[in-house]
Ligand binder design. Structure first.
Ligand SMILES: Nc1ncnc2c1ncn2[C@@H]1O[C@H](COP(=O)(O)OS(=O)(=O)O)[C@@H](OP(=O)(O)O)[C@H]1O
Length: 431
């Protein structure tokens, strides 16, 4: 017998049976702990070991019919641009407004299929401003269309509305020194329900969603609950502007799109000098109180949004949002130079990239192509930063050509709507 085995035999004899039993028990407990470790609840829940892959396997086909309700001042132009580019890449038809509605579906009137240019029907994608009307949209969009929309925190949204529409909305124009604080101190002194563009000054989200923006949840909270139910019945996803990248992750998962399909450049942002750096707490409270219906909608759908993120796996969503941000930064550098910056319209030489300016007091920023920008990526880069008005006009021309509509005269609407805001003439010193 080898020496080592003889020594072992001697050692075993020296140990009591009780000690051997304890040793065996200890080893089994350690082994059980090691093997079960991966399923112990704290670790996997915080850091899931595997997220669903970016590509589904087996892959679901990309969903091709989408109606996006573009609410006002909620990052909707950026989402619209994502959808327009997706539609072009996949040769899809985009519903576009009749020319007398300009680039909006005759907002603020209730949406009607009559507002849709015939050369853009039947559509796969719809993403221009409109006031929601379920029956009319269902008449236009094919069955199986996925409806999505986006909301923004009401105080930030109201500050943006107040600044952007200051010259156009009479309720805002009446306020001395264009002071948001003065308006919110006594909104009833300036606001007249029912007058032109009043919806930009009171519960704009509720109005855009087809609701009655004059209702107050304080007097009638059943109305808010009803409106929420109606929105939930139709919209498969309500995105949240404050969590834009996480929203896009949920969108791309819902539609089985690739991460590349939701890359974007931020559009329609005001310059730092045209906005409040921070909204003081008292002002934010007043904005939420005045827009209580919007605040109720936002609070509800913000909570729903996070429940949805939790269902998808928060760490997975965050990881994908990080990947999206990194890919987006690479794309912006490739398109707009090593240090891509948002610049005021006056500094943008490429005409197709100059954003519309609402007034001389508000600067809307955009990107420009580097000088002499040419090459295969230029067309894609141009579209990435193309503002809403130029992109809508471009798509309408393209789709009319495709449908052979060019030679036919434009049909005329029976009851043309008031001219939408973005087509009002600019001041002589406008950009
Ligand atoms: N990606 C992303 N994330 C967060 N916020 C974003 C994003 N893209 C645009 N924005 C901000 O959205 C505001 C413009 O909204 P819209 O494009 O919906 O405006 S409009 O109604 O079409 O005129 C505008 O807000 P303000 O700058 O406060 O006016 C933009 O800065």
């Amino acid at each position: 017998m080898p020496l080592i085995l003889q020594r072992l035999q001697q050692a075993t004899k020296m140990m009591s049976r009780r000690k051997i039993l304890l040793l065996v028990l200890g080893c089994s407990t350690l082994s059980l702990f090691i093997h079960q470790g991966a399923q112990l609840s704290w670790y996997p829940r915080l850091f899931p070991l595997s997220c669903p892959p970016l590509q589904d396997s087996p892959p679901r086909p990309k969903h091709m019919t989408v109606a996006f309700l573009k609410t006002h001042k909620t990052a909707g132009t950026t989402v619209q641009n994502i959808l327009f580019r997706f539609a072009e890449r996949h040769n899809l038809t985009v519903a576009l407004p009749h020319p007398s509605c300009e680039h909006q579906f005759c907002y603020p009137r209730n949406f009607s299929t009559h507002f849709v240019h015939p050369a853009t029907r039947p559509p796969h994608v719809l993403a221009s401003h409109l006031r929601f009307d379920r029956a009319e949209l269902e008449r236009l969009m094919p069955p199986g269309t996925v409806y999505v929309t986006i909301l923004r925190e009401p105080a930030a949204m109201f500050e943006s509305l107040f600044s952007y529409y200051n010259q156009y909305c009479p309720a805002f124009r009446r306020v001395p020194n264009a002071s948001l604080e003065a308006f919110l101190r006594e909104p009833e002194a300036y606001y007249r329900a029912g007058e032109h563009f009043a919806m930009f000054a009171h519960n704009t989200l509720a109005y855009d969603l087809g609701g009655d923006n004059e209702r107050s949840p304080r007097d009638d909270d059943a109305y808010l609950a009803r409106l929420i139910r109606q929105v939930e019945e139709v919209f498969s996803l309500v995105m949240i502007a404050e969590y834009f990248d996480e929203s896009l992750v949920l969108l791309r998962r819902l539609l089985a799109w690739d991460l590349d399909d939701v890359l974007y450049a931020k559009l329609n942002a005001r310059a730092a000098g045209s906005r409040l750096a921070a909204i003081p707490a008292a002002l934010a409270r007043a904005a939420r109180a005045w827009n209580a219906l919007d605040a109720g909608l936002y609070d509800h759908f913000n909570a729903t949004f996070w429940r949805r993120v939790a269902r998808a796996g928060r760490a997975c969503v965050e990881r994908e949002a990080r990947e999206l941000r990194e890919a987006r930064e690479r794309l912006l550098r490739r398109c707009f130079g090593d240090e891509p910056v948002l610049r005021p319209a006056a500094q943008i030489r490429t005409k197709q990239l100059q954003p519309w300016q609402p007034s001389r007091k508000v600067d809307i920023m955009g990107y420009d192509l580097p000088s002499g920008g040419a090459g295969p990526a230029t067309e894609a880069c141009l579209k990435l930063a193309m503002p809403e008005v130029q992109y809508s006009n471009y798509l309408l021309r393209k789709q009319k050509r495709r449908g052979g509509v060019r030679a036919r005269p434009e049909p005329v609407l029976d009851n043309p709507p008031p001219r939408p805001i973005r087509m009002l003439p600019r001041g002589p010193q406008g950009h």
